[in-house]
Design a protein around this ligand. Structure first.
Ligand code: KG4
Ligand code: ZN
Length: 332
């Protein structure tokens, strides 16, 4: 047994993605069709344009993932789909497609939380060890999550303003770099000296593990206006982002007694941040668990991973499940 095949579907933002994951944990196929070219000219994702492109791409992307897996439609035993958070129109495309497909083929359907799925991307190559502490840093979210099970998640801290990835994108725009800003800042920062661009450190909110990134973005903009070199600002910005993430994550590790940190979401693709986390954690005898690089940014393998775990825990979603652009209070 353990040969059930789960189709994962993801359309919450600007990637149309599908994946086929076998119940024994083997990822058979994972396809991500990026829309970056489409949104580049606007300097960010245009929701209506994203939804229309998802509609064109969803069918072919699923077919591609099945071809990569060497599977046919009739081999599938479960459909997992992102139900939120994300852009309403974009979510609706994937959700409607998944519902129609599952209904027509008489397959069980599981709707999953995109942010919780980012954390579960780490379980594509490692076993869960609930309770696990996860720091999900993406374009839309910066959340410290205590994962107690696939559907039991506590939010220990979250950003009160911009998400970390959003700050990367906005600072990149200030520095005249393209979209998405994360990779551009990472490569420019390699030529910079963080000591030459003093950025403020963001203090803790009393009694809370919440984050704040908008002040950092404003400070970077003002350094740029003062004529400081873009590479130095990029390097200083990355260092300041790390410091803020680390202060909160290390405190959460101490408070929860967890022995390792899952670092996931688009921002965890950043090599500098990964390295700083690895060193800082190793110094305290703790471990770092990151998803495979290609599954740090939006993908459907993580949706299938969480969907399968939820299915195994007995979870099934009703046919009238709706898209939830903002899932609050936090629900897996
Ligand atoms: O997880 P993701 O693909 O989508 C959301 O759910 O938001 O994350 C996208 C975010 C963007 O803000 C992008 O700039 C950031 O992840 N990102 C990075 C890197 N690669 C992508 N940030 C820092 N360094 C990177 N190398
Ligand atoms: Zn995401």
């Amino acid at each position: 047994m353990n040969d059930l095949l789960c189709l994962g579907v993801e359309t919450s933002c600007d990637e149309t993605a599908a994946a086929v994951l076998r119940q024994d944990g083997r990822l058979l196929g994972s396809v991500v069709a990026s829309q970056i070219d489409l949104h580049e000219a606007f300097g960010g994702v245009v929701p209506e344009v994203a939804a229309r492109r998802h509609l064109e791409r969803i069918g072919p992307v699923v077919q591609e993932a099945l071809a990569e897996a060497g599977s046919r439609y009739r081999d599938l035993g479960l459909v997992a789909v992102t139900r939120g958070p994300g852009l309403a129109g974009a979510l609706m495309v994937g959700l409607s497609w998944a519902k129609a497909f599952a209904f027509a083929r008489d397959l069980p359907l599981v709707g999953v939380n995109h942010v919780v799925a980012h954390a579960h991307a780490a379980y594509l190559e490692a076993e869960p060890a609930y309770p696990d502490l996860a720091l999900v840093a993406s374009g839309g979210h910066t959340d410290l999550l205590l994962l107690e099970g696939p559907t039991k998640v506590q939010v220990l801290g979250r950003s009160r303003d911009d998400a970390a990835g959003e700050a990367f994108d906005k600072v990149a725009r200030t520095l005249g770099l393209g979209y998405p800003g994360g990779p551009a800042i990472e490569s420019l920062a390699r030529e910079g000296d963080p000591a030459k661009a003093p950025l403020p450190r963001v203090g803790m909110f009393p009694g809370s593990l919440d984050f704040s990134f908008s002040g950092l973005k404003t400070a970077a903009q003002s350094l740029r206006r003062q004529g400081l070199a873009a590479a130095d600002i990029a390097a200083a910005f990355q260092a300041a982002v790390f410091d803020q993430l680390w202060v909160r994550a290390s405190l959460a590790l101490r408070q929860t007694g967890c022995r390792r940190l899952i670092f996931s979401g688009g921002v965890s693709a950043n090599g500098y941040l990964r390295q700083r986390f690895a060193h800082a954690l190793a110094r305290e005898g703790l471990g770092l668990l990151v998803p495979p690089m290609r599954h740090t940014t939006d993908n459907a393998a993580m949706i299938a991973r969480l969907g399968l775990s939820m299915y195994e825990a007995g979870h099934r979603s009703p046919w009238d499940m709706g898209a939830e652009p903002v899932i609050h209070p936090f629900k897996p």
